[in-house]
Ligand binder design. Structure first.
Ligand code: NDP
Length: 447
């Protein structure tokens, strides 16, 4: 059987063994599309069941999370932790609390995480977790009780040298605090390195909160430089208004671009004068309100409830909300409005059909596993500070983040070129990440 046929057979097996998990199939398809050229050149990568092992998580934990709401009613949610691959280091990846979370979504995120973490060049494996619990609309006390119940099971499976979770959708500094508090109580140990995204006064790193968004903006700046231009004066649209989106907007503004639209799950806002970031932070981080509240304060801003944020003309688009939020129709509109660069702040927000439209139109497109790797990279810097009982300044940590993002950009572009796909960030990121983790897996034997 040719190596290409071998890959197709493995893909069919993965689909059959993981039925009903479309997002996971999508993530695997995208990586496999890039692997054909690698195994053509180095058939050894298809030996020893390496690709089959890469697709199968090392461990999958599913658990019951019972908790009581303020009215005394008991709720039962489901908790997940998929410890995907530890060839490069302890499992590392966020926890997502959102009603849409299921095993397939956690697996797609964990699978992506392996390659993303490898691309950072730091010693971290890939994992992901979460629950179908949604903190939105819940009181502080309810969120705390849920987090405590979640950690009561999860604590058995994590550790500084085993698995180090962080935040993702629905899990920010508040949730990490409650999770860490419960871990500390259960284990009677102040093991700072067991979670990242902690507050800076209790073991967290400067810039971790900002890191994913800042990192995407640094990556976009590098993409534009490759095209002979810069963010200065560019009109930018960022979807979402959570952790990633807010700090992507902040850094884009610092680098001279203007973000004119952002969103949440209720709709999107357009402010032609540029998003007022302090107001947005107040609405989302302090008051935890809906995005429409922005227009109650800002003259000239509008809220669109039913519609696509990608209808707003821009030169740079940064989808930073959730998976598959930018489809083929949206991609066509962006292209016809003259978009030059699309960079994923979220994980897999762009459908495969939309990616193809960007390729055909020669729009520079960066996948999340490269563009949003700044968050996990800074988590690894947090682990480094925890291990050495040190704490770095904001400026120094930001410099480290910027250097890591430049490194990822360079590796991605150089690998794409080397494998005959110049300018293709998707192939570059998949191939560079795969080779790093595959070489480690070969060295470690069949485990
Ligand atoms: P947050 O929970 O802070 O924010 C998520 C944002 O996306 C909110 O504005 C939310 O709106 C919106 N959103 C979420 N789900 C949907 C949906 N189904 N439809 C429409 N809008 C939605 O999450 P983050 O900013 O942390 O994460 C955003 C993305 O970035 C995710 O894909 C995540 O995996 C990825 N990512 C995050 C990293 C991190 O460090 N936090 C690191 C790397 C990637 P609403 O409040 O209305 O739900």
């Amino acid at each position: 059987m040719s190596t290409r046929d071998q890959i197709e057979t493995i893909y069919q097996q993965v689909r059959a063994r993981n039925a009903g998990e479309p997002e996971f199939h999508q993530a695997v398809t995208e990586v496999f599309d890039s692997l054909r050229v690698v195994v053509d050149r180095s058939p050894g990568y298809a030996d020893g069941g390496l690709i089959e092992r890469l697709c199968e998580p090392e461990r999958q934990i599913i658990f019951r999370v019972p908790w009581m709401d303020d009215a005394g009613a008991v709720h039962v949610n489901r908790g997940f932790r998929v410890q995907y691959n530890s060839a490069l280091g302890p499992y590392k990846g966020g926890l997502r609390f959102h009603s849409s979370v299921n095993l397939g979504i956690v697996k797609f995120l964990g699978f992506e995480q392996i390659f993303k973490n490898a691309l950072t060049g730091l010693p971290i494996g890939g994992g992901k977790g979460g629950s179908d619990f949604d903190p939105k609309g819940r009181s502080e006390a309810e969120v705390m009780r849920f987090c405590q119940s979640f950690m009561t099971e999860l604590h058995r499976h994590i550790g500084e040298y085993t698995d180090v979770p962080a935040g993702d959708i629905g899990v920010g500094g508040r949730e990490i605090g409650y999770l860490f508090g419960q871990y500390k109580r259960l284990t009677n140990s102040y093991e700072s390195g067991v979670l990242t995204g902690k507050g800076t006064s209790w073991g967290g790193s400067q810039v971790r909160r900002e890191a994913t968004g800042y990192g995407v903006a640094y990556f976009v700046a590098d993409m534009l430089e490759t095209l002979g231009t810069s963010l200065d004066g560019k009109t930018v649209v960022v979807s979402g208004s959570g952790n990633v989106a807010i700090y992507a907007i902040e850094k884009v503004h610092q680098l001279g671009g203007t973000v004119i639209a952002c969103s949440d799950s209720s709709g999107y806002i357009v402010d032609p004068n540029g998003i007022d970031l302090e107001l947005l932070k107040d609405i989302k981080e302090v008051r935890r309100e809906r995005i429409s509240a922005y227009c109650e304060t800002v003259d000239g801003a509008s809220f669109i409830e039913n519609g696509s944020i990608w209808d707003v003309p821009c030169q740079v688009a940064m989808p930073s909300a959730t998976q598959n939020e930018l489809d083929a129709d949206a991609a066509k509109v962006l292209v016809s409005n003259g978009v030059k660069v699309v960079a994923e702040g979220a994980n897999m927000p762009t459908t495969p059909e939309a990616v193809q439209i960007f390729r055909d139109a020669s729009v520079a497109f960066a996948p999340g596993k490269a563009a949003n790797a700044g968050g996990v990279a800074t988590s690894a810097l947090e682990m480094q500070q925890n291990a050495s009982r040190d704490s770095w300044s904001f400026e120094y940590t930001d410099e480290r983040l910027a250097a890591i993002m430049h490194g990822i950009h360079h590796r991605t572009i150089a690998t794409a070129e080397e494998y005959g796909k110049p300018g293709d960030y998707v192939h570059g990121a998949n191939i560079a990440g795969f080779i790093k983790v595959a070489d480690a897996m070969i060295a470690l034997g069949i485990v």
